[in-house]
Design a binder for this molecule. Structure first.
Ligand SMILES: NC(=O)c1ccc[n+]([C@@H]2O[C@H](COP(=O)([O-])OP(=O)(O)OC[C@H]3O[C@@H](n4cnc5c(N)ncnc54)[C@H](O)[C@@H]3O)[C@@H](O)[C@H]2O)c1
Length: 367
């Protein structure tokens, strides 16, 4: 059987340093008989030479459109906007299955090019759970951003621009030193603590020195009584990591914050879930997503009340590109190893069936 080929494209989205394949996973695929082309990319957290050492063939930046059409192209984020037909098979996040802005035009590019899309968000195991997701590092990085925002606020300031960290140790040490060596004494509450993002947030708090008793971990059982919850107002940092699937009572409101008065402890909310514009957003005290250059937004409160800010960045794993990529890519690896059997392997046939369903909807919408 001829070798399975795979082409890792560069990422064109600003600040995006993550990668769908890493030198570690590329090496494992090559050991299993794959031939891998990697576009040179200075933006990627991994050096080109690391891929070369793993046995990949380096190719010029942004040349995937000239690859033979039978070579699947793998990347993470959306392709740059264009109207060009797409004749290849693409494995990536395309953000076009939930009728997001421009969804039908994106799908029409595949339709017109006779290509195929395997959307990474919808590759699932037999129980319907995603095979690979970035949640853990989103929670980890979100909690770090929350601790940095708390430190800035304690000094009467506002958190400035965030830059991706070289690795996890650099993030943990950076946060600890900003907080004067350790975060001991800080209290945090994580809702959704049993999920991927929640586990990451809890781990960051442990690593920066919070006592275990000062990390309050809530999931479905603890919120079953229905909010708003006074307990949230009695910690320094609240991190929301739930997967919102239906309407629930809010976790806190302007009124519950005002009722806590001038002695409220809560200083920072990190909304990792970022259901910012969702009508059921359980944190209805802000309405914008924040960014790396401007990571916090203040909650509009009466002047005599202590400040409260929200971090609502929707691409948090980008702050920890190396570890986030390694974990995502390792989780994806078993599915990639089945790529040569994609006409019969369930993970790929299910993804293709979903693609065809979405494609039909897009074609109908455009007619
Ligand atoms: N901001 C970012 O950069 C970023 C990155 C990745 C994921 N996310 C988002 O984070 C959210 C969580 O993702 P995940 O992968 O951790 O999901 P997950 O399914 O692994 O975990 C969600 C957890 O929330 C709990 N939960 C759900 N409803 C709850 C409620 N009402 N009260 C208490 N707990 C509740 C669940 O029991 C589960 O433990 C998703 O909305 C996802 O889109 C954000």
């Amino acid at each position: 059987m001829p070798a399975q080929k795979l082409w890792l494209r560069c990422e064109k989205k600003e600040f995006e340093r993550r990668s769908a394949l890493t030198p570690t996973t590329a090496k494992k695929l090559i050991d299993a008989g794959f031939e891998i082309s990697v576009e040179r990319d200075e933006q990627r957290i991994f050096d080109d030479s690391e891929f070369e050492a793993a046995g990949c063939t380096l190719v010029p930046n942004n040349t995937w459109s000239s690859a033979p059409t039978d070579v699947p192209i793998i990347g993470l984020k959306e392709l740059p906007e264009s109207n060009d037909p797409l004749p290849h098979t693409h494995i990536q996040f395309a953000h076009c299955y939930k009728r997001q802005a421009g969804w039908d035009s994106i799908l029409s590019r595949f339709h017109r090019g006779n290509g195929t899309l395997y959307d990474l968000e919808f590759l699932t195991d037999a129980s319907g759970r995603r095979v690979a997701a970035f949640g853990y590092h989103a929670g980890f990085a979100g909690a770090a951003a929350g601790a940095l925002a708390l430190a800035a606020q304690k000094q009467g300031g506002k958190l400035g621009q965030l830059e991706p960290f070289e690795n996890e140790d650099a993030m943990v040490n950076g946060v600890k030193s900003t907080l004067g060596g350790s975060a001991k004494g800080v209290k945090a509450l994580v809702i959704g603590a049993l999920g991927r993002c929640g586990r990451g947030a809890v781990d960051l708090f442990r690593k920066i020195g919070l006592d275990e008793d000062d990390i309050v971990k809530w999931d479905m059982d603890e919120t079953a009584k229905g909010g708003p919850f006074e307990e949230i107002l009695n910690v320094d940092i609240f991190v929301n990591c739930i997967y919102l699937s239906s309407s629930i009572p809010p976790f806190l409101t302007y009124n519950s914050i005002a009722a806590a008065g001038r002695h409220r402890q809560l200083s920072v909310i990190v909304d990792v879930s970022c259901d910012t514009t969702n009508p059921f957003n359980p944190i209805p005290v802000y309405n914008v997503n924040t960014t790396f250059s401007n990571p916090t937004v203040p909650v509009a409160l009466q002047n005599e009340l202590p400040p409260l800010s929200v971090v609502s960045i929707d691409h948090l794993p980008t702050l920890l590109p190396r570890e986030a990529s390694e974990q995502f890519s390792l989780d994806l690896l078993p599915s990639l190893l089945e790529l040569p059997q994609r006409q019969t392997a369930r993970v790929w046939t299910d993804a293709e069936a979903l693609y065809k369903q979405k494609l039909a909807e897009a074609v109908q919408s455009l007619n």
